[in-house]
Ligand binder design. Sequence first.
Ligand SMILES: Nc1nc2c([nH]c(=O)n2[C@H]2C[C@H](O)[C@@H](COP(=O)(O)OP(=O)(O)OP(=O)(O)O)O2)c(=O)[nH]1
Length: 170
Amino acid sequence: MSDTAGQPHQAKPPLVADAHAERAGGPNRPVTEVAVGVLVRPDGAFLLTSRPVGKAYAGYWEFPGGKLETGESVEQALHRELHEELGIAIGAVTPWRVEMVDYPHALVRLHFCKVFAWSGELQMREAQSFAWEQLPVQVQPVLPGTVPVLEWFAAERGFADATHTTVGAS
Ligand SMILES: Nc1nc2c([nH]c(=O)n2[C@H]2C[C@H](O)[C@@H](COP(=O)(O)OP(=O)(O)OP(=O)(O)O)O2)c(=O)[nH]1
């Protein structure tokens, strides 16, 4: 797969104040709030899905989720998105980390949440692919804004090797 979408600038550490900083695209670039679900099985495997055709970074692997709609909380958006995309009803949502990523197509604030319980069989309702993964992740390419999550898992799990394969690497 070509990697023409360009590399985003990742703000580290994630700062809420960054949302109003001057960036490419203008000083008042709106921030898109995104709820992201990190589904974790009892064996520690986590669910990655591929971005559908027609979206920015189509084919890249990410955690399921999507943009908040007006008036929605992160938790509400996550319940809705995971039902829409995967056909499941999720249980408790555990907020994990928040990360800002400045993509060419959007400045996004990613609200990563862990989810340990859900009901229903997984259905790929947007014709995505899915993979239950452990470290190191076998699928590629991984969406830039998703890579930090793999590093958080590595830190939690004492995993010291590369978390994933970089596009173009042999
Ligand atoms: N779902 C998800 N989005 C991520 C991750 N990492 C990351 O940078 N993003 C970015 C990519 C997109 O710019 C944004 C999510 O927007 P989206 O277009 O997928 O959301 P959506 O499903 O509501 O899309 P739409 O149909 O309304 O356009 O967050 C991740 O792990 N999961």
